[in-house]
Design a protein around this ligand. Structure first.
Ligand SMILES: Cc1cc2nc3c(=O)[nH]c(=O)nc-3n(C[C@H](O)[C@H](O)[C@H](O)COP(=O)(O)OP(=O)(O)OC[C@H]3O[C@@H](n4cnc5c(N)ncnc54)[C@H](O)[C@@H]3O)c2cc1C
Length: 418
């Protein structure tokens, strides 16, 4: 089969690219290895799909690439992503911190509005079809694809090979995270085979493994915190929000926000998370509160002083770190020691849960090899690279999908030009 553009990957960037390229008049074929398109989109935002954010700026992306992203966002201003989805018929609602979700709070609707448009535009999406090689020649590209057999189906002929021809190719095969729903390193392999530089991959927005006393006792506790990542004697990053203690370490939004910086710091040496377990109290206020409680409960058992102060497991853990015996009477020096333990509850970062539990991939195709306004490869004429394959990952909050739509739309429009 021959067409103008083959898009490898029917995820966020590939589906957006297909819509725009087809609207611009190109004949388009989308290849997808999963049995359904947009599988990863369905898992985003816990099934609600935080599809963009009202506060998109270059500062939300890593590694810092302000010059590149300035050109990207002037080619497609962030607000135009809303126009794109508005035109597809999607209504949205605003959550915390500028996060936007479909009004139905169903990720399936985000996938469906894209698929309905592709259906209307007669764009074929060939599922269970994995691109295994891409070769460029003077006339265009050959994409060799292999039929994938789903685990539950015995009748499909697996392994059947087809070579598709196209004038241009958009590589939108996504990142390495969540291999259980289609993530993997295959797209990076295709990039490297075409001569692109792929930087080291690392999970980002991922729960962290941690070492530290009292972790087991705190398993399952959720609380609002302010976190600092400290490494090499200095604060490398800060975040605030919910922290979840787990048997392996820590998770929750505040930890996910810090995880990229934590893993980068860990590659250089020991890294620590300092958690403020009562961030709603200013430092002087917490000291005053604990002194007043110590006076009010003087001579009584420590649990009387502790009860009602915070989740008991949190107070027990902080008290243990402050050297306070739970069954003792309220010690005279307890306010100062407990304030310090609650203010700076330190855990050593030991690693992460890996790509299986990560929401983004750090590393990927070198940005110096890609045009920021069209996402055209500077190495291979007619090749475009979109989405998570790029060495550009966003903070949590809708920034990663925003970049996937943006790069997909710009690549689709540019690839449609003859
Ligand atoms: C659990 C989870 C929750 C997330 N929540 C959010 C969120 O709420 N907001 C947000 O902004 N971001 C979120 N993200 C990140 C976001 O999903 C990704 O950044 C985004 O999907 C990347 O888009 P993409 O097009 O690059 O890749 P994908 O959407 O992953 O699409 C790539 C597609 O290519 C297919 N493919 C791969 N290789 C081949 C091949 N060789 N041949 C054919 N097909 C191939 C894959 O099966 C996949 O369907 C989340 C990620 C995860 C894992």
């Amino acid at each position: 089969m021959t067409c103008d553009i083959i898009i490898i990957g029917a995820g966020a960037s590939g589906l957006a690219a297909a819509v725009e390229a087809s609207r611009a008049g190109a004949s388009v074929l989308v290849l997808e290895k999963n049995h359904v398109p947009g599988r990863k989109i369905l898992s985003t935002g816990s099934g609600k799909c935080n599809f963009t954010n009202l506060k998109v700026t270059p500062a939300s992306y890593h590694p810092a690439s302000p010059a590149f992203l300035k050109k990207t966002f002037s080619a497609l201003p962030p607000a135009e992503i809303l126009s794109f989805f508005g035109k597809l018929g999607l209504l949205w609602v605003e959550g915390e911190k500028g996060r936007l979700f479909p009004r139905s709070l169903k990720a399936q609707d985000v996938v469906n509005v894209l698929l309905h448009e592709l259906d209307f535009l007669n764009v074929p999406v060939r599922t269970l079809t994995e691109a295994v090689s891409v070769t460029a020649d003077k006339a265009g590209f050959s994409v060799e694809a292999v039929k994938v057999r789903p685990k539950w189906e015995k009748s499909t002929t697996a392994g059947e090979r087809t070579v598709y021809r196209a004038a241009r190719v958009i590589l939108a095969a996504g990142g390495a995270c969540y291999p259980q729903i289609g993530g993997g390193s295959g797209g990076y392999g295709l990039l490297a085979s075409l001569g692109h530089t792929v930087s080291e991959l690392s999970p980002s927005i991922v729960p962290l493994r941690a070492k530290g006393e009292q972790l087991r006792e705190l398993d399952g506790v959720r609380l609002e915190t302010a976190l600092k990542l400290v490494a090499g004697g200095r604060t490398r990053a800060e975040s605030a929000g919910e922290l979840l203690f787990t048997s392996y370490g820590v998770s929750g939004p505040a930890v996910l926000d810090l995880s990229r910086a934590a893993l980068a710091a860990l590659r250089e040496g020991p890294a620590f998370i300092e958690a403020d377990l009562m961030p709603d109290y200013k430092p002087a206020e917490l000291g005053k509160l604990l002194r007043e409680r110590a006076a009010a409960f003087a001579g009584r058992a420590f649990p009387h002083f502790a009860c009602g102060l915070h989740n008991e497991k949190v107070v027990r853990a902080a008290a243990a770190r402050a050297g306070i015996t739970w069954s003792s009477a309220v010690p005279a020096d307890c306010p100062a020691a407990l304030t310090a333990a609650l203010r700076s509850f330190t855990l050593e970062v030991a690693g992460s849960l890996g790509f299986e539990d990560a929401m983004a991939t750090a590393g990927g195709c070198a940005l110096s090899e890609v045009d920021p306004a069209s996402f055209a490869s500077k190495k291979v004429k007619g090749l475009y690279i979109a989405g998570e394959l790029l060495d550009l990952d966003g903070d949590s909050g809708g920034y990663n999908l925003h970049l996937a739509w943006t790069s997909g739309i710009l690549a689709g429009r540019a690839a449609a030009k003859k």
